[in-house]
Design a protein around this ligand. Structure first.
Ligand SMILES: NC(=O)c1ccc[n+]([C@@H]2O[C@H](COP(=O)([O-])OP(=O)(O)OC[C@H]3O[C@@H](n4cnc5c(N)ncnc54)[C@H](OP(=O)(O)O)[C@@H]3O)[C@@H](O)[C@H]2O)c1
Length: 259
């Protein structure tokens, strides 16, 4: 067997269908590109159409299979409609990546019910509802991969973690609950845990070069994260070679969490 076909046996996503929420920006966009280039047909779900179109156009220009659905995942109805439209593009997904997320950072004293509710809706309830919609079908078919993007803030407080950290802590618990439910049927469920990644999500924090340098110094690798750092880990967790890895949180953070 050639090296190429061995690697492909381990990691190819040829013939798989993936849905990536938040796949039009930052970490989600890098994961979308990785899954599509590894052979999957990928449906990207987010709100803004220009970014969605640009993401899909870039991939179809490379002969990858990709489609987009504009949906607001902050409401149950938005999730429901978005999920149906996503499944209509290439069929029921084998891979679900929950990457859409928001980080609103009011100080705890000023954290109101509105920010709490919106944060929980996008970061935690949408992944739950999408799991309910797609998980049982994956289990019935005997193959599925669910990947949640959580945060180091599931594990520690960091720059007004507020509702955000709570939502990500819940998402890691959801990872274990879904893994318990569906792993016996070939559906693994894992979390990727970023540290500080240079994306539009934390543009405000990035405008302070001293803070950015201090955060880089807290890693072991000596730099902050880039969206592309998630490509390989996502392909691994989406593919057949991760069949015995489930309920886990994989830190892709340059050693930030253990330094
Ligand atoms: N960057 C970091 O340092 C970092 C650290 C830890 C964890 N994370 C997590 O990693 C994930 C990706 O973050 P990122 O840094 O790549 O952020 P980003 O560049 O801001 O991307 C966020 C994505 O989520 C989508 N989204 C947001 N609200 C949505 C809604 N209501 N409905 C549908 N889609 C929605 C956005 O598209 P639209 O706005 O067009 O809807 C966009 O595609 C998030 O879950 C985040 O919490 C990031």
């Amino acid at each position: 067997m050639s090296a190429q076909s061995y690697v492909s046996e381990l990691f190819s996503l040829e013939g798989r269908v993936a849905v990536v929420t938040g796949g039009s920006s930052g970490i989600g966009r890098a994961i979308t590109g990785a899954l599509a280039r590894a052979g999957a047909s990928v449906v990207v779900v987010a709100r803004r159409e220009a970014e969605l179109r640009e993401t899909v156009d870039e991939l179809t220009a490379e002969d990858c299979r990709a489609a987009w659905v504009s949906a607001d995942l902050s409401t149950a109805e938005g999730v429901r409609v978005g999920a149906e439209e996503a499944a209509a593009a290439f069929g029921e997904p084998d891979i679900l990546v929950n990457c859409a997320g928001i980080n609103l950072r009011p100080p705890m004293t000023e954290l109101g019910e509105d920010v709490w509710d919106t944060t929980m809706a996008v970061n935690l309830k949408a992944p739950f509802l999408l799991g309910q919609r797609f998980g049982p079908g994956m289990a019935e078919r005997g193959y599925g991969r669910i990947i949640h993007i959580t945060s180091q803030q599931a594990h520690r407080a960091f720059v007004s973690s507020g509702a955000y950290g709570v939502s990500k802590g819940g998402l890691e618990s959801l990872t274990r609950s879904q893994a318990e439910a569906w792993s016996p049927h070939g559906v693994t469920v894992n979390s990727l845990v970023p540290g500080f990644v240079l994306t539009p999500l934390n543009a405000r924090l990035q405008s302070d070069p001293e803070k950015v340098a201090a955060l880089a110094a807290r890693t072991m690798v000596g730099r902050n994260g880039l969206a592309e750092d998630f490509a390989g880990a996502a392909v691994f967790l989406a593919g057949r070679s991760s069949a015995y890895v489930t309920g886990q949180s994989l830190f892709v953070d340059g050693g930030f969490s253990v330094h």
